[in-house]
Design a protein around this ligand. Sequence first.
Ligand code: BDR
Ligand code: CA
Length: 312
Amino acid sequence: MTQTALIIDCDPGVDDAIALLLAFAAPDLLELLAITTVGGNVAASATARNARIIRQMAGREDVPVHIGAAAPLAREPIAASHFHGESGLGDLPIFEPVAPAASSDSATAIVELVMSRPPGSVSLAITGPMTNVALAMQREPALAARLGPVAVMGGARAEGGNITASAEYNIYADPHAADIVFRSGCKPTVLGLDATHQVRATPQRVAAMAAIDAPYAQTAAQVLQFCARTQQALVGWDSPPLHDPCTIAWMLAPQLFKSVPARLQVETDSPLTAGHTAVEFRLSDPSEATAQWVTEADGEGVFNLLLERLAR
Ligand code: BDR
Ligand code: CA
C-alpha cells in the first residue's frame, strides 16, 4: 500500500496531541514529512515544545518539528488554555525534549516541502489557526495548486460556534488566514463542529482506551480523561468531541465521513460574527464549490480506528 506524504500543521493542544499520536501510529499509511506548529491554543513557543514532547514520547524524532507564526495575520492572539490547560497538554508531564526544533520556520517548511515534490503528492492536515498556511500561500502563489488533499479542522454551520455564538475557535483565532486558504483554490475537506461533534470520547470509549496496555494508548487515555473533566466543568459535557484527530482519521479512512461540495466564506470584518463560516450548498454550478464540507462522521468508526492504531 502506498503511503500518503503528509504535513500536519497544528497548535497542540490536547486534541492536536491525539491527532499526532494517531498519525505516528500509522507509519504504514503515512509518510510524515513535518509537523509545523503555530501559535493558537497556547503560545507558539509552547505549541512547538508540546509537539516535540509528543514526538519524543512516540519515539518519532525522525519527523521534524518547525516553529510557526506567533500571532495571527491581523488580530491579537486568542489562547484557549481554559480547554487545554496552562501548558496546552492538559496534565501530561511537561519537560524540555532532547531533540530541538528544526531551523526553518513553519511557513518556509511548508513551501519547501510542497514545491520540491511532485504536484499533488503532499497532503496537509490543519488542526490549528491557519496562519502558517496563509503565510506560505502568500510567499509562494503556486502552492495552493500544487498541494495534494487538504483536511481542515475548523468552522461550524449547523452547530453554531464554540468560542463565540457564530465562530469555531480555529477560524476565529485567525479569520484572515482562513479567508486566504479558503479562497486559494486548494479545495480543502473541512471538518467543522458539525462533523467533530459526532465523534465523542464517551466514558465507555475512554475506558476502552485506558484498558489498552500500550504507551500511545495510555498517553491518549490520560489526555481524554483530562478533556472529559475539563469539558464537564466548562460546558457540562461528559463526552468531549474529538476535533483534531478527525483530520488524520479522514486521511487514513475517508469512508468514515460524508461531505458535500460547498462555497465556503469566512467573515473577517464584523466584530459580532468574526470567524463565522458561511457554508453555501446552493450552487448554480459545481465549479462554484471552494471546499468539501463534512456533514457526517462515523463516531464509532473513528474511535475504533484510534483504539486499533494506538494499541500497536
Ligand atoms: C479546535 O480548537 C482548538 O482549541 C482545538 O485544538 C481544535 O483544533 C476546536 O474548535
Ligand atoms: Ca487544534
